[in-house]
Design a protein around this ligand. Structure first.
Ligand code: AMP
Length: 190
């Protein structure tokens, strides 16, 4: 199985690049952001609770997102592999993911990190907010909070995979095709 973590701050282009990765490698896309927004749309108790964190640019509790990923991995035993997008966002989530994959006789192949500087992220997110309808993309204070949560809680996840020799960082600025080319090169090195 090929299991890839696509990593990077909000607005780095993870969602866009995931679509290209799915097509080329036939992996199943697991985006905790998408799964949470689906719960919100359906008006579930989990969704209503998560919306409170999401709208403030905070992380949803580890147990909630780990539970969602567990369900998806277990219910897709025949998948060729997974592309994890926006997960893991804390070291606790990374540890839980490793355990879950070991229990399913597989492992993370590698993490590809998209590097984009903060100023560019704010610009991209505000721009996306005009069409995404996402409240968390429309307010600059919320965006700044998402970036600072990323720097504090999520960045250590890169060190976690680096320590396992499974980390590759690439430039996230350029055309979609250029960036995808860099991702393909990184995946080939795992
Ligand atoms: P995203 O679509 O990945 O930008 O996620 C949107 C929001 O959903 C984030 O700002 C968090 O509030 C929440 N979220 C998504 N994935 C996670 C995760 N792995 N851990 C905690 N919160 C998450």
């Amino acid at each position: 199985m090929q299991n890839i973590v696509l990593f990077g701050p909000p607005g780095a282009g993870k969602g866009t690049q995931s679509e290209y990765i799915i097509e080329k490698y036939g992996l199943l896309h697991l985006s905790t952001g998408d799964l949470l927004r689906a719960e919100i749309k359906e008006g579930t108790a989990l969704g209503l609770q998560a919306k409170q964190n999401i709208d403030k640019g905070e992380l949803v509790p580890d147990a909630v997102v780990i539970g969602m990923i567990e369900n998806k991995v277990k219910s897709n035993p025949d998948a060729k592999g997974f592309i994890f997008d926006g997960f893991p966002r804390t070291v606790a989530q990374a540890e839980a993911l490793d355990k879950l994959l070991v229990a399913n006789n597989t492992a993370i192949s590698g993490m590809v990190a998209l590097e984009v500087e903060d100023e560019e992220l704010v610009k991209r997110l505000l721009n996306r907010g005009k069409t995404s309808g996402r409240a968390d993309d429309q307010d600059e204070a919320t965006i700044q909070n998402r970036i600072s949560v990323y720097n504090k809680e999520t960045k250590p996840v890169a060190d976690y995979y680096n320590a396992q020799g499974k980390f590759k960082s690439i430039n996230g600025i350029g055309s979609i095709e250029e960036i995808f080319g860099r991702i393909v090169e990184a995946i080939a090195s795992f």
